[in-house]
Every structure is written in structure tokens, then in C-alpha cells.
Design a protein around this ligand. Structure first.
Ligand SMILES: Cc1cc2nc3c(=O)[nH]c(=O)nc-3n(C[C@H](O)[C@H](O)[C@H](O)COP(=O)(O)OP(=O)(O)OC[C@H]3O[C@@H](n4cnc5c(N)ncnc54)[C@H](O)[C@@H]3O)c2cc1C
Length: 329
């Protein structure tokens, strides 16, 4: 666990270390960014530093440099599954959005980097006549974010087609088999602090026209049942493990569609979506609304809802050792 530096000289030492790592590896390092600019909910406080590598080797080098300097960091893709609180986040955000590279095709295998857009990849592979992820076409975010939580929709999950994953270990790019990872419902066995750099997927040949049609059908179903254009992070809570009733229906039946806390509202279209409104939207409103929903579902249904969205607290020390306790969300 790394705690934030408090003493002036410690802070200067940390700043210099971050600048040195970025300069040595030739990556962009910026100050003054806010989670409100980097997440789809458009809320969240200031970030000390955002570092944006372009290549897998650079990303592995940055993570290693920060680990060696004892500086806390967190990987971020498109920020479409993160609710960061309004506080000052004193760690480095390792933004993977510039780590796009080129998609490489070799028969049924597709090699892609972590920052590549998942919706774009779905179109690319469909055009190549490769099937297996067309259900994921409407999920915003990067390939790395999808791998991290085993994103899925309409009978497709990224983990089911992942042949290998490239991860950062000791500054190197290391390839591990997909079969070594546990791919569960919106959860994987990747350890906290594991940086995912890219993946190779194994897909099935099919007619491009048919794949694109299936993808459009999935998108139409999504458009009909979910808010679009709004500022959300997708489903806020996971579905209960053994229930036949989804969380959205449970919240809807409690009459909570349209419920509001300040700048956060339960979507009138899908009750498991919280959307934020206005230039000054606050994470604390979204969190308060989410906790109100959890409290009512617990009291009235006896069900303990689990967050699907990741909550990032400003005052939480960052974990860095991938061998540390496994990610439990
Ligand atoms: C409108 C809407 C609809 C959605 N629908 C769905 C859906 O149908 N199914 C579904 O599964 N999800 C859905 N989501 C949630 C979200 O789009 C997915 O979870 C997506 O895969 C997140 O990708 P991201 O790049 O935005 O990840 P981020 O939100 O940036 O990060 C999410 C988590 O992944 C980690 N992470 C990101 N990149 C890496 C990396 N390279 N290495 C290590 N860790 C990393 C982050 O640290 C964080 O813990 C939806 C979201 C929205 C806004």
C-alpha cells in the first residue's frame, strides 16, 4: 500500500520522479485534469497526474517506473465504468486511451492493444468476417476495460474469445493464456495492480453481412431499453446472483425511475442506470442516490446489491503489487 506524501520535500521528490519517468519513456504527462473530463458520468475531482503512453512497451515501462518509485497509480480506459468521488485524487492515472496501435488479423486470430475502442473493434472484425463479439458492439469503452471486468452483452463476453492477454510485469510485456484467467460475470481474476496491455482474440469465420446484421439488432435492442446520449456508466449494480428478476426491474417496481438526488437521476428509461445532469454535476449526488437504492432494495427485498460501477475514492491508498490480494468487487 502506498500512502500519499504529505511533506513538501516528499511531494517535490515525487513530482520530479514522475517527470523523469515520463521524459525517459517519451510519454505525455499532464497535471490539472479532472475525472469529470475523463469519465462518462462527467463527475469526479482533480487528479495529480495523467500519463498517456502510446505503446505497450511504454505503458509497461511507466507502470514499472512508478512501482519502483513507490508512486500509486491506476489504469483508466474510457472511464465508462468508473465513478470517481469529488475529492483530490493524489495518484497517477495511467490513461490507456492513446494505446491504440493497429489491429492485426491472422486467420481467426485478432491482436489488439488495450486502448483500442471496443465498438470500433466489433465493426473491424465483423467486416473481416469474424464473429464472436458482435453482441458487444454497443458497449462504450476500451478493450482493456472490457477485459478487466469481462464485459458482456447479448450472449457474448470478451473472456469467452480471449486466446491470450498481454500484461505488464517488471517493465516487460508478458503474454499469458486466456485460460489462466477466471472470466466470471462482470468480474475476472486479474489482480489489483495488474496492467492489461492488449489481447489476442480467437473468433469464428462467418458472413460479414450476417455478423453486421446481428450487431445492428443488438444495438437496436440496446437503444430501445437504455438511455442514450445521457451521462451514465451503464448498469450501476450487478444483477442478483440467483434471481430471475434483473436489478433494473427490481428498482423500477419500487417506483424509483426518475428519483433524484441533486444532479443525479435514476434514468426514466432503465432503472439500473444513474445519469448525471448539468455542468456542476457531483459524484456525491450519484453516490447518495445509489446508496438510497441499495438501502431500499435491502429493506424491501432483502437483496444486497453489488456495485457494477467501480467506485474510486480519493483517500484510498493505491495497491501496486499484482500478487497482492485478488480483486474482489
Ligand atoms: C451507456 C453504457 C452502456 C454500457 N453497457 C454495458 C454492457 O452492456 N455490458 C458491460 O459489460 N458493460 C457495459 N457498460 C460499462 C462499460 O462500458 C464497460 O465496463 C467497459 O468495458 C469499460 O471500459 P472502459 O475502457 O471505459 O473502462 P474504464 O471505465 O476506464 O475502467 C473500468 C475498470 O477497468 C480498469 N481498466 C481499464 N483499462 C485497464 C487496463 N488496460 N488494464 C487494467 N485495468 C484496466 C480500470 O482501472 C477500472 O477498474 C456500459 C457503459 C455505458 C456508459
Amino acid at each position: 500500500m502506498i500512502s500519499e506524501p504529505t511533506d513538501e520535500s516528499e511531494i517535490r521528490h515525487r513530482e520530479a520522479a514522475i517527470e523523469e519517468i515520463a521524459a525517459r519513456l517519451g510519454v505525455r504527462a499532464e497535471r490539472g485534469r479532472r475525472f469529470a473530463e475523463l469519465t462518462s458520468l462527467r463527475v469526479g475531482g482533480s487528479i495529480d497526474w495523467v500519463i498517456s503512453p502510446h505503446t505497450e512497451a511504454q505503458a509497461a515501462g511507466v507502470a514499472h517506473g512508478l512501482d519502483e518509485a513507490g508512486i500509486g497509480w491506476r489504469p483508466l480506459g474510457s472511464g465508462s465504468n468508473v465513478l470517481a468521488d469529488d475529492g483530490e485524487h493524489h495518484y497517477v492515472v495511467l490513461s490507456l486511451k492513446d494505446l491504440k496501435g493497429e489491429v492485426q488479423f491472422g486467420g481467426e486470430l485478432v491482436r489488439v492493444s488495450a486502448g483500442y475502442s471496443l465498438p470500433r473493434l466489433c465493426v473491424d472484425v465483423a467486416r473481416q468476417g469474424l464473429s464472436g463479439i458482435e453482441g458487444l458492439g454497443g458497449i462504450p469503452g476500451t478493450v482493456g476495460g472490457a477485459l478487466w471486468m469481462n464485459a458482456g452483452a447479448y450472449e457474448h463476453e470478451i473472456g469467452k474469445v480471449t486466446e491470450t492477454v498481454r500484461v505488464a510485469r517488471e517493465g516487460q510485456v508478458v503474454e499469458i493464456p486466456g485460460s489462466a484467467v477466471q472470466w466470471n460475470y462482470r468480474h475476472t481474476s486479474f489482480a489489483e495492480g495488474e496492467l492489461l496491455l492488449g489481447a489476442t482474440l480467437r473468433l469464428q469465420p462467418d458472413d460479414p453481412g450476417k455478423i453486421l446484421t446481428r450487431m445492428e439488432e443488438a444495438k437496436s435492442r440496446r437503444m430501445a431499453t437504455q438511455p442514450h446520449g445521457g451521462r451514465s456508466a451503464g448498469c450501476f449494480f450487478k444483477n442478483p446472483p440467483e434471481g430471475t428478476v434483473g436489478t433494473g426491474k427490481i428498482i423500477d417496481e419500487m417506483g424509483m425511475k426518475g428519483a433524484r438526488r441533486g444532479t443525479a437521476v435514476v434514468s426514466p428509461v432503465h432503472a439500473n442506470f444513474i445519469v448525471t445532469e448539468g455542468e456542476n454535476a457531483r459524484a456525491e449526488d450519484a453516490l447518495a442516490l445509489a446508496e438510497e437504492i441499495r438501502g431500499r432494495v435491502k429493506r424491501e427485498q432483502g437483496i444486497e446489491l453489488e456495485y457494477e460501477v467501480e467506485l474510486w475514492r480519493a483517500n484510498e491508498p493505491q495497491k501496486q503489487d499484482p500478487d497482492a490480494e485478488s480483486k474482489e468487487q
